[in-house]
Design a protein around this ligand. Structure first.
Ligand code: ATP
Ligand code: MG
Length: 258
């Protein structure tokens, strides 16, 4: 059963502040809305993963940070929390690989069927095509899942999440290290109409987000919306990225760089 059969998918999540690692209060009440990307920044150990976990578990003051999550403005009941387990949130993390021994297309068709997609075979073909757009080296319908490379596996997961997942919230941990075209991946995921929260150290991804949360000592310290000056910086960086990609692609196929 997909999420909308059980409960209406929430349009807005609100995080009410807890406390930092020293017990000092966290100021913010933050709303996360469908179609918006929030980037999460901060040094190692500052609490980015903790914040993602708080969202994933719909924290109710019962995690180390003391945060509480509201769905459409109110705390979920215990029953709702239970119903939503595993359905509210889709996640893309760095360390994901398939252990199923099955052909790619068969797997995608089975997944599309489980998601009640109207035409599972056509949906599966669309996911495969999108995955092949993201992966460097294309793979075929009959390729076994276990034969995919790390980058191909993640490309497949990203395309699958973007096109088949019904979870209204998407949490991403450092997509820049996934071995796929990160800008294209983000554009694909953005089309899926989800609340997106993304921990990243990548300046292009950070500036691509609608806003940035900066985490320090376990608490959100700054909430920054992208400014106009930053938008032009993003364009400049994106141009530099394109040049990097062009040279990387040429080097990969044994080309000479002039
Ligand atoms: N507000 C808090 N109160 C108490 N402990 C916290 C708080 N926030 C985070 N922690 C704890 O601090 C530790 C480091 O946090 P976390 O793993 O979230 O860091 P991170 O920013 O994801 O680091 P990295 O960039 O290395 O992945 C964890 O054990 C986490 O549970
Ligand atoms: Mg982390």
């Amino acid at each position: 059963m997909s999420l909308p059969d059980v409960l209406p998918a929430p349009r807005e999540l609100t995080l009410t502040g807890g406390h930092d690692k020293s017990g000092a209060p966290e100021c913010a009440a933050l709303a996360f809305r469908v179609g918006e990307i929030t980037a999460l920044l901060g040094p190692t150990g500052s609490g980015k993963s903790r914040l993602l976990s708080d969202i994933e578990s719909l924290a109710a003051g019962d995690t180390p940070s003391g945060r509480t999550l509201l769905l459409d403005g109110r705390p979920p009941t215990d029953d709702e929390r239970f119903e939503l387990q595993g359905r509210l949130v889709a996640q893309i993390t760095q360390n994901m690989n398939f252990v199923l021994d099955m052909g790619v297309l068969d797997f995608l068709i089975a997944h599309a069927e489980s998601r009640n997609a109207p035409e599972p075979a056509a949906a599966a073909v669309r996911v495969l095509a999108a995955a092949n757009e993201l992966a460097g080296e294309p793979f075929a319908e009959r390729t076994q899942l276990t034969q995919l490379s790390g980058g191909q596996s993640r490309a497949l997961m990203i395309a699958d999440t973007a096109l088949l997942s019904t979870s209204p919230v998407l949490l991403i941990d450092e997509i820049e290290n996934a071995g796929v075209d990160k800008t294209q991946a983000l554009a694909l995921l953005l089309k899926s109409e989800k609340i997106i929260v993304m921990a990243t150290h990548d300046p292009v991804l950070a500036l691509s987000a609608h806003r940035r949360l900066v985490v320090e000592n376990g608490a959100v310290r700054h909430v920054l919306a992208r400014t106009e000056a930053e938008t032009s910086t993003l364009k400049r960086l994106a141009g530099m990225e394109a040049e990097f990609s062009r040279i990387r692609a040429a080097l990969r196929v044994g080309g000479e760089i002039r």
